[in-house]
Design a protein around this ligand. Sequence first.
Ligand SMILES: *[C@@H]1O[C@H](CO)[C@@H](O)[C@H](O)[C@H]1NC(C)=O
Ligand SMILES: *[C@@H]1O[C@H](CO)[C@@H](O)[C@H](O)[C@H]1NC(C)=O
Ligand SMILES: *[C@@H]1O[C@H](CO)[C@@H](O)[C@H](O)[C@H]1NC(C)=O
Ligand SMILES: *[C@@H]1O[C@H](CO)[C@@H](O)[C@H](O)[C@H]1NC(C)=O
Ligand SMILES: *[C@@H]1O[C@H](CO)[C@@H](O)[C@H](O)[C@H]1NC(C)=O
Length: 346
Amino acid sequence: MQPTMHIMSFLLFTILLLPSLCLSKPIHPNHCFQDDQNALLKIKYHWNNSTLFSTWIPGSDCCRWSGVLCKKLPKTTTYRVNFLEVNFGNDIVGTIPSTISDLPYLETLIIRGNPNLTGSIPPSITKLTNLQALLLNFNSLTGPIPNFFSKLPNLVNLELNDNHLTGSIPSVFGQLPNLNALDFSNNQLTGSIPANLGFLPKFSFLQLSNNKLSGPIPRSLGNLNFEILELGGNQFTGDASFLFGVNKTNLAHLNLSSNHLSFDLSNVVLPVDILTSNLLVLDLSHNMIYGRIPAWLGQVPGLYSLDLSYNQLCGPIPTAGGKLQGFNPSSFEHNKCLCGAPLSAC
Ligand SMILES: *[C@@H]1O[C@H](CO)[C@@H](O)[C@H](O)[C@H]1NC(C)=O
Ligand SMILES: *[C@@H]1O[C@H](CO)[C@@H](O)[C@H](O)[C@H]1NC(C)=O
Ligand SMILES: *[C@@H]1O[C@H](CO)[C@@H](O)[C@H](O)[C@H]1NC(C)=O
Ligand SMILES: *[C@@H]1O[C@H](CO)[C@@H](O)[C@H](O)[C@H]1NC(C)=O
Ligand SMILES: *[C@@H]1O[C@H](CO)[C@@H](O)[C@H](O)[C@H]1NC(C)=O
């Protein structure tokens, strides 16, 4: 830039911007709705003014407090809190306050990674009928997964993983038409998977790893086009071959490891044009799966993690596509009679 240009732009700045600065209008108008501020402050006081809430100062714009977002209601000038995130606070001690229900416009509620957060999921959450995402994971919550989730018809994503939840999975989730994802991994859940999950039109992520779930996997789950299905570390029994199939075009992660599953792997299929398969991770280890490894498995383009170890598989490891020879022998160890590279020759 020429020096004259500098002067020009300085003059322009002065002429155009200085008057507006001098009028001392706030650059960010305060959008905070009084009731929302009161509700948020109750939460702050409930958690003994944890350092997480140092920006939550009464009178300042609560829409700019850390972990808080507001949304303008359609056809009004009113902003309401629609997003709240309370993450990674060791000094968040005690329970989830029931006053959380005083934020009725919440669409996303995240209370995550607070190891000293205990107690059960409060029933007042059912008043948050606009909730789409509820993430209460990586805390120390106890008690059951409540059946009052049926009162949250807009729920899309529910993550309660990595807590100390007990009891069975209620069948109410089959009543939530928009449900897309459930993660209940790493709890102490018992009982079986509700079969009605298989009739949810948008349901494509189910993570239940490392619980004490048992029984057969409901056949209805074969209706769905899962992206991620993780059921490892439970006590599921019987067939799971219906989780494969020509229509499973979205399947990226399938983990059935460490169960008591028993089915013939020889004839399971994925999309006929195997190059269109999105499979990245397949872990079937530590079950009682028998038969041969299907030839298509070596041709899945993106497969980078494979574990078939500790099963009853037999026969040559397929060489079509060549991918299987690139995996570590441990992916195939402890089967009945698998042979060929990367194991020893047949
Ligand atoms: C939290 O802050 C409020 C307002 O300053 C105060 O009244 C209350 O006593 C504080 N609570 C604790 C536990 O420090
Ligand atoms: C909260 O949890 C952390 C880690 O689990 C622990 O070290 C800390 O003492 C706990 N804090 C309180 C106030 O109990
Ligand atoms: C919160 O603060 C009050 C008053 O200072 C205290 O009695 C109480 O034990 C604290 N609660 C927690 C969970 O730290
Ligand atoms: C599959 O799930 C089991 C049990 O949760 C876990 O140990 C294993 O690491 C998972 N496999 C992959 C490839 O993530
Ligand atoms: C795959 O989906 C098509 C179209 O939705 C359907 O007609 C067909 O029966 C399905 N095939 C299988 C094996 O599920």
